[in-house]
Design a protein around this ligand. Structure first.
Ligand code: AMP
Ligand code: GLY
Length: 426
């Protein structure tokens, strides 16, 4: 089977690594890919926004399955365009990707199907949003409706912060993504990410993870795309998983089907585990980055078999098996990330850092003429390890991190701290 993978981050390197291990695979292409992905796939120099280019590449190369990594092309309708050209695709349609592309859409779905989530209001003008914020009081959460590359959410601890965020959205700080605003109840508890692979009707539970969004140790500093993750998430016990499936995932699948937008692909369920139970913070319609990296290290089954079963609506007859080991990934970022990462510094020592059960996934790297590997983005490498416990995976990941020679890079030193603390108390 010939597969085309769309994307160029650490998530896509992990997907390429796992897909490449499938006996079903005959040829893997990636567009546009990165130097790490190039070790697993043949790269095609097509940007992810070039839908016409992707469709014609898929047709010309008789691609049997396109796997879409990032959200932007899904929300912009790439899966529909591929399907129209007769190409099988793992990833939701434009209509189904509204679960990520419009926070208001998801909140309305929750209201209609009685899915537990924070109380909310949807607004298309600043005056009404302000009035709602003033009536509800702080703490409160203000969200740009559309895709804002993780920057559209303000968790406001004071009324002033919330009013500022409302003003910013309507002044265009997030472009068209902020033309509509969702104001939401502040939820308290422990966050967890839960994943399902979906075929339009059936959602197959696909593991859990915990991300670390702030740039600094102790969860301080600005928000990022994610500085590290581990799997499984301790809050996702089998009982909690069953409850999330029943109260959140199953009604969502039913709702999307009834709306004529059956959901296919990865449903990423962002949860707050509150005192009264799990509540939905948000959906994403693809794997998380870096959550995907830890899930791929733990997945025992053939990913390509499962993706095909999703596309063929056969998940009711499928299961996913996992290694008992925990996995943990540390993001190495370029100095200045997230505001202004420095580009071009040289990275070496990757071979020295490799070991059994360690994978170094590339995100923002570039191979220069002469073979030097340089930093070419904010998040640059994902050093990923497995171990019998999260503490063990953490120790092994940082050992590998310390063997990499890249003075211009940095990482958090406390990825996994919550789970490590729990393991110590046991
Ligand atoms: P999002 O971009 O929707 O993932 O939101 C970014 C982060 O903001 C989440 O990971 C949460 O930590 C936080 N957040 C979002 N919504 C809420 C909420 N209603 N209550 C508390 N925290 C929230
Ligand atoms: N790590 C969070 C995300 O992929 O959205």
């Amino acid at each position: 089977m010939k597969v085309l993978l769309i994307g160029s981050g650490g998530r896509e390197h992990a997907l390429a690594w796992k897909i490449a291990a499938s006996p079903m695979l005959t040829k893997l292409y990636a567009a546009p890919g990165n130097p790490g992905i190039a070790e697993e796939a043949e790269l095609a120099a097509i940007e992810i926004s070039d839908h016409a280019g992707i469709v014609s590449f898929a047709v010309e190369n008789a691609i049997d399955l396109v796997v879409v990594g990032p959200e932007a092309p899904l929300v912009a309708g790439l899966a529909d365009e591929l399907a129209e050209a007769g190409i099988r695709v793992f990833g939701p349609s434009k209509k189904a990707a509204q679960l990520e592309g419009s926070k208001g859409f998801t909140k309305d779905l929750c209201a209609r199907y009685d899915i537990p989530t924070g109380a909310y209001g949807r607004f298309d003008n600043a005056a009404d949003a302000r009035a709602y914020v003033e009536r509800m009081g702080a703490p409160i959460v203000v969200k740009a409706d559309g895709l804002a590359a993780g920057k559209g959410v303000t968790v406001a601890m004071t009324l002033d912060e919330a009013l500022d965020a409302v003003a910013q959205c309507f002044e265009g700080a997030f472009g068209s993504a902020g033309a509509e605003v969702v104001v939401e109840e502040f939820l308290e508890g422990e966050e967890a990410s839960f994943f399902c692979i979906c075929d339009g009707k059936t959602a197959l539970p696909f593991g859990s993870a915990q991300d670390h969004k702030r740039v600094g140790d102790g969860d301080t500093g600005p928000n990022t795309g994610g500085m590290g993750a581990y799997s499984p998430a301790p809050a996702m016990t089998p009982e909690m998983e069953a409850r999330v499936m029943r109260e959140i995932v199953e009604p969502t699948m039913r709702g999307m089907e009834e709306m004529g937008a059956p959901f296919t692909g990865v449903l990423f369920v962002g949860l707050m585990i509150t005192q009264t139970g799990p509540k939905l913070i948000e959906f994403n319609t693809r794997f998380g980055d870096p959550e995907c990296q830890v899930l791929m290290m733990r997945l025992k089954d053939d990913l390509l078999v499962l993706m095909n079963a999703a596309v063929d609506a056969q998940l009711a007859h499928s299961s996913a098996r996992w290694y008992d080991d925990a996995a943990l990934t540390v993001v190495l970022a370029a100095r200045g990330y997230p505001a202004a990462p420095e580009k071009g510094s040289v990275i070496s020592g990757l071979d020295a850092a490799k070991a059994e059960n360690i994978e170094i996934f590339h995100a923002g790297t570039k191979l220069e003429d002469g073979g030097r590997l340089v930093a070419a983005g904010g998040r640059v490498l994902n050093v990923t390890a497995t171990g019998g416990t999260v503490s063990e995976a953490q120790r092994r990941a940082y050992e590998a991190v310390d063997r990499i020679d890249w003075p211009e890079g940095f990482c958090r030193r406390d990825i996994g701290w919550r789970a490590v603390e729990r393991e110590r108390e046991r």
